[in-house]
Design a binder for this molecule. Structure first.
Ligand code: SF4
Length: 256
């Protein structure tokens, strides 16, 4: 599933309210520093020569959409960057966030600016500055164990470790949402992947305690995935995963 536009929606969601989606990645294929086995956008296809929209095109598209919504009397509750890949890979990400915040202040002052990211670009100062300007930083860590993280997320940088991601996430001093997709299944090469085992959860809880994010968001696969053998974790097991953190007063949101 690919988003065919720069600005899409608004989508009416019970959890977020009226949400406007932002896609900074190409419209003909996914472009991401990960190749997650559960990605709803499919796998990276660099042979399609991905073309990114310019900062000006993003600004114009958002301006046009906010003007249209304003005429219709619709006020978004949130402007969410996700789309066809990793939004922070856009070379003008910081400028785009600056433009978005200015347009938000003009047309929908109360709307939150949120970014869903896999955290791989956090070594870039401009990306951290831009994310700090947003209201919500929702950052992915699918496993605290490197072999599992690599099996699930298949990073383009094959040397990337789970520890690298954890160290990058420290830059926000807990002021972010940690997001994890729980799943199990068998990869095409026969490897079994399961980030819900006792060892996995022990390592993941330790990272939650180390990073103390303001919120933890855990979810399950929901739509068709590029690897077809993945299993959806039951709502009961998702609740069991959340329970120890909830007992400590940690804010956990479960999408199951
Ligand atoms: S980080 Fe997100 S966009 Fe990138 S491959 Fe994973 S699920 Fe897809």
């Amino acid at each position: 599933m690919l988003f065919p536009e720069i600005v899409y929606g608004p989508i009416h969601s019970r959890r977020l309210g009226i949400s406007l989606g932002m896609n900074l990645m190409p419209v003909n294929c996914k472009l991401c520093s990960f190749n997650c086995i559960y990605c709803e956008c499919g796998f990276n296809r660099p042979q399609l020569h991905p073309v990114l929209p310019s900062r000006e095109q993003v600004k114009d598209a958002l301006y046009a959409k906010l003007q249209q919504l304003s005429k219709e009397g619709v006020v978004p509750d949130v402007i969410t960057f996700s789309g066809n890949g990793e939004p922070t890979m856009h070379p003008e990400f910081e400028g785009i966030i600056e433009d978005t915040c200015l347009l938000r202040d003009t047309y929908c002052r109360e709307a939150k600016v949120s970014v869903l990211s896999n955290a791989t670009q956090l070594a870039r100062k401009d990306v951290v500055q831009a994310l700090n300007r947003c209201d919500n930083r929702i950052l992915k860590l699918d496993s605290a164990i490197t072999t599992t993280m690599r099996a699930i997320d298949d990073p383009v940088n094959s040397q990337l470790t789970a520890e690298d991601i954890v160290n990058l996430l420290k830059v926000f001093d807990g002021d972010f949402t940690l997001q994890t997709c729980f799943l199990r299944g068998v990869l095409p090469d026969g490897r079994v992947v399961d980030n819900t085992t006792a060892d996995e959860l022990e390592a993941w809880y330790a990272v939650v305690h180390l990073l103390h994010p303001k919120q933890v968001m855990i979810y399950v696969i929901d739509r068709a995935t590029p690897v077809k053998t993945l299993e959806k974790i039951s709502p009961e097991q998702m609740q069991q995963i959340a329970d120890p953190l909830l007992a400590e007063g940690i804010h956990v949101q479960i999408s199951a």
